[in-house]
Design a protein around this ligand. Structure first.
Ligand code: BGC
Ligand code: BGC
Length: 673
């Protein structure tokens, strides 16, 4: 704590800290023009508690930071604060501009090659690293590369893709999360990468949001337990196999009105703490070293004050996160997000830096950003003390993570090995654990091996569909099974479990007579999407059939035969599906399982005596809507429109329950709220 105040001394933030929390100490904020002036009247709630990081302050390391910093020029400091996209910066430019970081965005690969090999990733990492180590700086500062390894190292060809967070939430197994994070760290290190833009820790409050699947749960306690486990697994104690975590997106990303991506979250400070900040308490307590700032805006429900975009919110970024909670790592902005702050552009935003952002993700316009920021410091628009604080934090993280060890990315154990990015058994186990059984009538499940199985549906034989967004590409589209040579589809798992000769697959069941089979399995659901594009804005309903009528048609075609129908439902969110539930004897919510589709069949099949090797153990990580417009998980909304199944619901072979025929609403539109 002592050292922290010393580090902050000289920044106006420390004035707030020393002036006493909750006092009207924001006058300087208003003077800098970094936040709406009315923020000056907002006192910090006493609900914001300090947290103790597992990584303590190290005086020797702090002295080392002082030494490095004292030899740096302004341009070198601004370079450290700049993160560019690998498509748009060469190693030579990294050297010339003293760049502190690069990222590869969703669907960005070395040489723009979707099938880039693990060796190609390492070669590019080496090139950036040696560029950063051959500048004319007094002390050379190694570059840090960040990537969205949000469900395994999911931008990398042949890497294992784990279930998305929504499925992991259903598994309710923090130890599993820790193992997945450790495997992910190994995977990124195998490609020469140091830093992972995960865990995402929104406690999503509305299923309309297209990023619902990036959330472990709407339950903040589960999010907190998982974020802590993830950071422990990923960062470990910064050994050879660890990577740096970035907890995202701070703050309130999962609470926007109507679930609109990058929208407005209206909440009291108390609600921010209790609902939206729990993942940060978990992660920062476990030692998370970086936090990514969110695109959303925040309006205080108590005062009615609109604090605007988080990227300009000095109160939450500096006064709360850094000073009150005590986070001493660095803040990274989101992709071009600074341009959304009033008065800013993609290449200029003193407001964000003054608000407390330390490293700026400026994927394309990084050159102009460096020029502008340098001039803004020279003109006094950004205090030099703020720049020094930002660079200190970046150096602190790089030092703590062992990046100054003098070893190039290719020199680390496991670098360049394909095995490092493949963790198939672990992912298959995660798939098994994430499945939630919502209905099981007529003992449709388990299916005895040796029976004749008909498989239908657009997602039975589709790795893209079962993987969702952030899989090789940003939206998870523009890929086929051929892009995933090591993956197993859900169909492949069924064939392996049932015996290939016992299985017939027809994506559309039209020309097949289901009566000639013992059981039919329909693998249906949503097709891939990611941020923004995946939103279901009102007046859209949550009714699955409205968006995917072919899925209802498939179940209708099967049901005429009177044989048991098992639905495997692949989706990134809970949806309204009463019609599909009625047509299914068994219904399994499989979420977005990723590349190890065999984990599904592991739980579906039994030996000829009827004994299944694995039981269902997943429990809904979110409430499941009971009405077409029942998208919100707020207590008030759920009281008005109760969910069909509450969070935590899930059957198993051991625990059965009859499901009545459900009413089917044909509502075509929802009111805009
Ligand atoms: C997303 C982040 C992601 C970043 C880099 C943004 O659009 O919101 O979650 O880490 O892009 O790809
Ligand atoms: C990038 C993503 C990024 C998104 C933001 C995409 O082009 O690939 O990483 O999150 O843009 O808009």
């Amino acid at each position: 704590m002592k050292i922290n105040s010393r580090i902050l001394a000289g920044t106006s933030a420390s004035v707030v800290l020393l002036a006493g929390l909750g006092s009207p100490a924001h006058a300087d904020t208003a003077a800098l023009g970094t936040a709406p002036t009315n923020a000056a009247t907002t006192a910090l709630s006493s609900d914001w508690r300090k947290t103790r990081s597992a990584i303590g302050v190290d005086r020797k390391l702090e002295a080392e930071i002082d030494r490095i910093l004292s030899g740096m020029s302004l341009r070198q400091k601004v370079g450290q604060m700049t993160q560019a996209e690998i498509k748009l910066i060469t190693p030579e430019e990294v050297r010339t501009y003293y760049i502190g970081s690069v990222l590869n965005g969703g669907g960005s690969w070395p040489g723009k090659d979707k099938h880039a090999s693990v060796a190609a990733w390492v070669a590019l990492a080496d090139a950036y690293y040696s560029a950063s180590m051959s500048t004319d700086m007094a002390v050379k500062v190694p570059i840090i590369w960040g990537t969205d390894a949000v469900h395994g190292h999911s931008n990398v060809y042949r890497a294992t893709i784990f279930p998305h967070n929504i499925g992991l939430g259903a598994a309710r197994d923090p130890a599993l999360i820790r193992e997945i994070a450790a495997a992910t760290a190994k995977a990124v290190r195998a490609t020469g990468i140091d830093w992972v833009f995960a865990p995402a820790v929104p406690a999503v409050q509305n299923a309309r949001w297209g990023r619902t699947y990036e959330s472990y749960s709407n339950d903040p306690a589960l999010v907190k337990a998982y974020s802590s486990a993830y950071v422990k697994g990923l960062q470990q104690r910064f050994g050879a196999d660890s990577a740096i975590a970035s907890v995202k997106h701070f703050l309130g990303d999962g609470g926007t009105h109507n679930g609109t991506d990058q929208g407005l979250t209206i909440a009291s400070q108390r609600e921010l703490v209790r609902t939206h900040a729990q993942g940060y308490y978990g992660a920062i307590g476990a030692g998370a070293q970086t936090v990514m700032v969110s695109y959303n805006s925040w309006k205080d429900a108590d005062t009615g004050i609109d604090h605007g975009k988080m990227h300009g919110n000095r109160m939450l970024l500096t006064d709360v996160l850094k000073n009150r909670i005590g986070f001493d790592g660095f803040l990274i902005s989101d992709w071009n997000a600074i341009e959304q702050v009033p008065g800013c552009t993609k290449a200029s935003c003193p407001q964000s830096i003054n608000a407390g952002i330390d490293m700026i993700m400026v994927p394309d316009d990084w050159k102009a950003f460096i020029d502008n920021t340098t001039k803004q410091v020279e003109a006094g628009e950004i205090p030099m003390s703020r720049i020094d604080d930002a660079v200190r934090r970046i150096l602190r993280v790089k030092l703590r993570a062992g990046m100054f060890d003098g070893v190039a990315p290719s020199g680390h154990v496991g670098a360049g090995q394909l095995t490092g990015v493949q963790h198939r058994e672990l992912a298959r186990r995660a798939v098994r654990e994430s499945l939630v059984l919502l209905k099981n009538e007529r003992a449709a499940l388990p299916i005895r091996r040796g029976t004749r199985v008909l498989v239908v549906g657009k997602s039975a034989n589709s790795v893209p569909n079962q993987s969702g967004g952030w899989s090789l590409t940003w939206q998870g589209d523009e890929t086929t099974n051929a892009d995933y040579p090591d993956a197993n589809t859900i169909l492949a798992g069924i064939e392996a479990a049932a015996g290939k000769d016992n299985v017939v697959f027809a994506e559309k069941p039209e020309r097949i007579d289901p009566a000639s089979f013992d059981v039919a399995i329909a693998v249906i659901g949503e097709t891939p999407y990611a941020e923004t594009k995946g939103d279901l804005a009102p007046p859209k309903t949550l009714t699955h059939t409205q968006r995917y009528p072919e899925d209802l048609a498939a179940l209708q075609a099967l049901s005429v035969a009177g044989k048991p129908v098992v639905t495997i439902f692949v989706s990134g969110r809970p949806v309204y599906a009463n019609d599909l539930l009625n047509l299914s004897h068994a219904f399994v919510a499989a979420w977005l399982p990723g590349t190890e589709g065999k984990g599904v069949a592991d739980v579906l099949f039994a030996d000829p005596t009827g004994r299944a090797e694995y039981d269902f153990r997943g429990r809904l990580s979110f409430p499941w809507p009971g009405t077409p417009c029942g998208a919100s998980f707020s207590a008030a909304a759920m009281a008005a429109e109760p969910p069909l199944f509450p969070g935590g619901y899930g059957l198993s072979y051991a625990r059965q329950k009859a499901t009545a025929t459900l009413p089917v609403s044909t509502a075509q539109a929802c009111d805009s709220k």
